[in-house]
Design a protein around this ligand. Structure first.
Ligand SMILES: [Mg+2]
Length: 297
């Protein structure tokens, strides 16, 4: 663990102490949980993440930049692992992008996405075209090609607006593999056209849309939620913009779900009381953060 890693965490405002993280989670009105690279790797949730979801299910929402899965895919994976979770509290950038923004924007839409997501686009009534689109919707498309790139840039040069699932370049895959993300496809488009001159709407984190949708579903204000994710730039930065604390958890991070699950020898109510008097002070004071960085592991 070099100092650069630690300073990234501090800059992002993420909580790095297990004690603090547990206290904030206990006091929070809602827990927003990232999926890829955090709760799951290669769509396989870790046993610790499953236990965490189960424990906090009543106040938890899954908030993911994923643009290839449907909410039912995630709840199906959880169900197979023995955890019942409602699809109505799973917010995915791809689905939200298609069902909300495209409909609101309307018009002739060029959808760059997996066949399943294109089928969803059809189901929600999007008028899909191959050329001269008013809107281009870009999701993670594992069949992205030269021909698709050509179609996208031609539509953009013709004045189309661009809806992008997320700006992530990659997410972690199984066995340390790298999974290219939607941002990498956007970079290819950016090699052909000046993106600063295009009207781009990002759906996923760090944009507020998914955070707001999840908090609305949990019926809580964003300030009373906590975001748990593996990405400083999307999960932590998005949470910071919403005024919500962030906890960085990934396979390689100092904090693990196993640590978040540890219970103190107190009742939940007592724990909540302790948290309420401590949280703001502990979270805001920089000296406290430096202390915890140095102390853990
Ligand atoms: Mg992630």
């Amino acid at each position: 663990m070099g100092s650069m890693f630690d300073s990234t965490q501090i800059k992002s405002g993420a909580i790095v102490s297990a004690d603090k993280a547990r206290a904030v989670i206990a006091a929070a009105g809602g827990v927003l949980l990232d999926w890829d690279g955090c709760a799951a790797v290669g769509n396989r949730p870790t046993p610790e993440a499953l236990a965490f979801i189960q424990r906090h299910a009543a106040k938890l929402a899954i908030v993911s930049n994923n643009s290839t899965l449907l909410p039912e895919d995630i709840t199906g994976i959880l169900s197979e692992a023995g955890v019942t979770f409602p699809a109505a509290r799973v917010f995915l950038a791809g689905v939200e992008g298609l069902t909300y923004f495209s409909r609101v924007m309307g018009g002739r839409t060029l959808v760059v996405a997996s066949p399943r997501m294109k089928a969803l686009a059809r189901r929600v009534g999007i008028t899909m075209v191959q050329a001269e689109a008013d809107v281009v919707v870009l999701l993670r498309d594992t069949r992205f090609s030269y021909a698709k790139l050509e179609r996208v840039v031609c539509s953009l040069m013709g004045g189309a607006r661009l809806v992008v699932a997320n700006p992530d370049m990659t997410h972690p895959g199984v066995n340390g593999k790298i999974v290219p993300e939607t941002g990498a496809l956007l970079a290819a488009i950016g090699a052909c056209v000046d993106l600063s001159r295009i009207d781009i709407q990002f759906i996923g984190k760090p944009s507020p849309f998914l955070f707001e949708s999840a908090c609305a579903a949990l019926k809580i204000p964003p300030e009373s939620a906590v975001m748990i994710g593996d990405n400083a730039e999307t999960d932590m930065e998005g949470a910071r913009r919403m005024g919500m604390p962030g906890i960085l958890v990934s396979p390689g991070s100092k904090l693990s779900f196993a640590q978040l699950l540890k219970t103190q020898a107190r009742t939940p109510a007592e724990e909540g009381d302790v948290v309420l008097e401590d949280t703001s002070r502990k979270f805001v004071r920089p000296s406290s953060r430096f202390h915890s960085v140095g102390r853990r592991n």
